[in-house]
Write a new protein. Structure first.
Ligand code: XMP
Length: 322
């Protein structure tokens, strides 16, 4: 197994790190082209800035609209990077992802479907068209740990699983952030000139809202969790927490609406205090905030009759529900 030497956030010298990684990226890519996918999270944003520092126009950056991102996310991220002088192209791949997710209920099978669609189908095609031989990716050490430990297969981890991306997908993957954890990436992102809205941004999982839907991720169910996510993010914006989220459950429960029985849907809210995502505790939200959340969920998200707040710690929970 490959051993990766961790660089702790407090030991990180961002300017040195930037110089070292830029040199490595330039040497690996040579005169060729590289490609990367930006999701707007702190990891992929930091990689995008690093790659552009190292390669300039020779790095082609794409935002893959997989249909499972949050409200208006693709357009908002692309405009933000435009202001930073980085051109990002949006690829509409919504149909391909929903087709791949069709009929799948198992969490690991969902991750696998997303991985295959992303790397083989959508991204594989882009890489071929662009003639890039290298793919830059924001894998961090926590992704590797959890995949190797068999807890969750992070969709961006290959070599640690014994998969050779060159053989499987036809390109080489460069992972300049692999020695860092989230707190280190935030420090780096700030040093790279990204705005606070990015370097302080909450983590968001690779499988996006499909990780927030228990059971099948259909367009309708994704829309339900997207609405619930907007409400959670609006209501908890002022709370100091590591991450907050809404989860759509597969079970239905009996409720009542307009004096009629309504066998409705359940939303679970999670809000975590954590430093590096390895351990986490539920934030002690006030009951006023919880009541406001419940009130908006049942009024604004069609079909929801039950709203719960998770109070278990990680471990044994994980932060995402699938
Ligand atoms: P878990 O759920 O493993 O999440 O406790 C730890 C942190 O990693 C983020 N994250 C992911 N989680 N699959 C996941 O389950 C992914 O592909 C992924 N990518 C990132 C998660 O949001 C949490 O901050």
């Amino acid at each position: 197994m490959i051993t990766i030497e961790e660089i702790k956030a407090q030991e990180l010298n961002p300017q040195q790190f930037i110089a070292d990684r830029c040199k490595e990226i330039s040497e690996a890519v040579g005169e060729g082209l590289a490609i990367n996918a930006l999701s707007g999270g702190v990891d992929s944003s930091a990689v995008t800035m690093l790659g552009h520092k190292a390669l300039g126009e020779r790095l082609k950056t794409y935002f893959i609209d997989n249909g499972i991102m949050r409200q208006d996310e693709p357009q908002a991220i692309v405009s933000l990077f435009k202001e930073l002088g980085v051109k990002v192209e949006i690829i509409d791949a919504r149909d391909a992802f929903f087709q791949a997710l069709k009929g799948i209920n198992d969490p690991e099978e969902k991750r696998e479907a997303i991985t295959q669609t992303f790397y083989k189908n959508v991204f594989g095609k882009l890489v071929k068209e662009s003639q890039a031989k290298h793919l830059l990716q924001g894998t961090i050490l926590t992704d590797v740990d959890e995949t190797v430990a068999g807890i969750k297969r992070q969709h961006n981890v290959f070599e640690q699983l014994g998969i050779d991306p060159q053989a499987a997908f036809g390109y080489k993957i460069l992972e300049p952030l692999i020695q860092l954890r989230k707190d280190g990436v935030r420090k780096l992102a700030e040093a790279l000139g990204l705005p606070a809205s990015i370097y302080n941004r909450m983590p968001f999982p690779g499988p996006a809202l499909s990780a927030r839907v228990i059971g099948e991720a259909t367009p309708e169910r994704i829309e339900t969790v997207r609405l619930a996510t907007t409400i959670v993010e609006q209501e908890l914006a002022g709370v100091q927490a590591f991450q907050y989220m809404a989860i759509l459950h597969a079970d239905r429960v009996t409720g009542m609406r307009n004096k009629q029985r309504d066998f409705g849907q359940q939303i679970e809210i999670r809000c975590w205090d954590s430093v590096d995502a390895r351990q986490a505790r539920p934030t002690r939200l006030s009951f006023e905030i919880l009541e406001k959340l419940a009130d908006r969920m049942v009024k604004e998200v069609p079909g929801v009759v039950s709203v719960t707040y998770n109070i278990a710690t990680k471990p044994p929970s994980t932060m995402e529900a699938i």
